[in-house]
Design a protein around this ligand. Structure first.
Ligand code: PAF
Length: 286
């Protein structure tokens, strides 16, 4: 596996790959790789000839009081795991190369509608940061396809929308959530949890599963969500949001069948997110 930090060297390496007629896949990450990231790399490997992984802790997507400075940086381990996963090229740019004029002067991408509410509500500007850096990475790598995890459900919707709106020739692949044996969705931020919090954390998914059963049994969504919030609080979480939306993230309508339950909640100082896609029975949507 080749590691490249410099933009010119990246372009040269990838020009050679394109000249060989190979299909390029990119997996954008912020590092501290876990099995969820590796499942993205495996999917990319399955679908393309040449796999690029990027590691860049993107300052533009962090709010002023968020964990940019403490975000786990584990490059040596990440590199070893990627080499084992048969990644071809690792791109680890410096912030000064990605944002040479600084963040304030940087051109930004704003994706309307899908960026609003949910994580976009509690993390203002977050999705502008994600959309800007992902667009930039697509321009640098010029991949045929890109893999993203379904745990970040809204992020995936934002990226699909930006690709459609800007007519970018990149196929976006959503990869199912990777979970620990006890059900907790894998996330780099799980490393912030204390031992006691880590034991409690799988309740997040368990509660979503219970809410799905209630919805499938025909209980009205508002009742189900009120009950879900109560259960989150009783389990020691401080809920940020718990919502049921149509699968495309528009508000749930009477005729909506494909839906998604989305949750974000704090456990101590750690913010966790999860989601569950479901098909509502007809009586639930009336
Ligand atoms: O999901 C992430 O790790 C980041 O938001 C991404 C897509 C790499 C953009 O910085």
């Amino acid at each position: 596996m080749q590691r490249v930090q410099d933009i010119t060297a990246l372009r040269q390496a990838l020009d050679a790959v394109r000249q060989r007629g190979q299909r390029i896949a990119v997996v954008p990450t912020m590092g501290n790789l876990h099995d969820g990231h590796l499942s993205l790399v495996h999917e990319a490997r399955r679908r393309a000839d040449f796999v690029v992984v990027t590691i860049f802790v993107n300052p533009m997507q962090f709010g002023p009081n968020e964990d940019l400075d403490t975000y786990p940086r584990t490059l040596a381990d990440d590199q070893a795991r990627l080499a084992e996963a048969d990644c071809d090229l690792l791109f680890t740019p410096d912030t000064a190369d990605i944002y040479p004029r600084g963040l304030k002067a940087q051109t930004r991408i704003t994706v309307p509608e899908v960026s609003i509410g949910l994580c976009g509500g509690s993390r203002p500007g977050h999705f502008d940061g994600v959309a800007t850096v992902v667009t930039m990475l697509f321009n640098l790598v010029q991949p045929q396809l890109a893999c993203f995890g379904e745990k970040d459900y809204q992020q995936l919707a934002v990226i699909r929308r930006l690709v459609a709106d800007l007519h970018l020739p990149v196929e976006i692949i959503g990869v199912p959530i990777a979970r620990a044996a006890d059900g907790l969705a894998l996330s780099s931020r799980n490393s912030y949890l204390s031992e006691e919090e880590r034991q409690r954390a799988p309740r997040l998914q368990a509660i979503l599963n219970e809410l799905r059963s209630a919805l499938l049994a025909g209980q009205p969504p508002t009742e189900v969500l009120d009950n879900g919030l109560k259960q989150l609080v009783d389990s020691g979480f401080v809920p940020d949001y718990l919502e049921l939306r149509a699968a495309d993230l528009t508000p749930l309508r009477a005729e909506s069948r494909e839906a998604v339950l989305l949750v974000a909640a704090h456990l101590g100082n750690t913010r966790l997110i999860d989601n569950l896609v479901l098909t509502l029975p007809c009586q639930n949507s009336h």
